[in-house]
Design a protein. Structure first.
Length: 187
């Protein structure tokens, strides 16, 4: 088993991470740009997306077939070689996503539209139904492919992979990710 070279954040590290931002993992013309709600404190402390133990993003990517093996958060740069990237609706780190205001999510949605226009991913996959509904003013949105696009970019909404999202098991989450992967595979 591969061990992480990253340290485990201390309580002081986590407290200091409140309100920080971390860089997006972006490149032009990605196959899929995954968009979290916002970075958590573990991500702020480590500088890696979806870093908190118990977050199911990395296992869902692997189980759905997006990655050839289970990546660790500190290996996130390897996603770019697979045509995958990561960004967030809101940039500010918080302990829980519900600490964000509706205004932050709406402003983040507008900034996300600009980011997508600049980088032109084939698909934007927003990981969080409530955040998508608020950020884009679509209160009745459901999980899956959306009929609306952002320019030429398809939009999908997937469940939030946080371990706090009890509505989806890891298997159910991986199944939703798999649907996206199958729809985005080259023909």
């Amino acid at each position: 088993m591969r061990r992480s070279t990253a340290h485990r954040p201390t309580p002081a590290d986590l407290a200091a991470a409140e309100g920080k931002t971390i860089p997006d993992l972006l490149a032009p013309d990605l196959r899929v740009l995954f968009c979290g709600i916002n970075p958590g404190l573990w991500s702020g402390a480590t500088g890696h997306h979806f870093a908190r133990p118990g977050n199911r993003f990395w296992p869902a990517l692997f189980r759905s077939g997006f990655t050839p093996r289970l990546f660790r958060p500190d290996e996130q740069e390897e996603l770019l070689t697979l045509g995958l990237g990561i960004t967030n609706v809101a940039a500010r780190t918080t302990a829980k996503a519900d600490q964000l205001t509706s205004r932050e999510l709406r402003e983040g949605g507008r900034a996300l539209v600009d980011r997508v226009a600049r980088n032109r991913p084939k698909v934007l996959a927003v990981l969080g139904l409530g955040a998508y509904r608020t950020a884009f003013g679509r209160p009745k949105t459901t999980v899956g492919r959306r009929s609306e696009t952002l320019g030429d970019t398809e939009v999908w909404v997937l469940p939030n992979p946080s371990g706090l999202n009890a509505h989806y098991t890891l298997d159910a989450l991986a199944d939703e990710f798999r649907k996206l992967r199958e729809a985005t595979e080259p023909e």
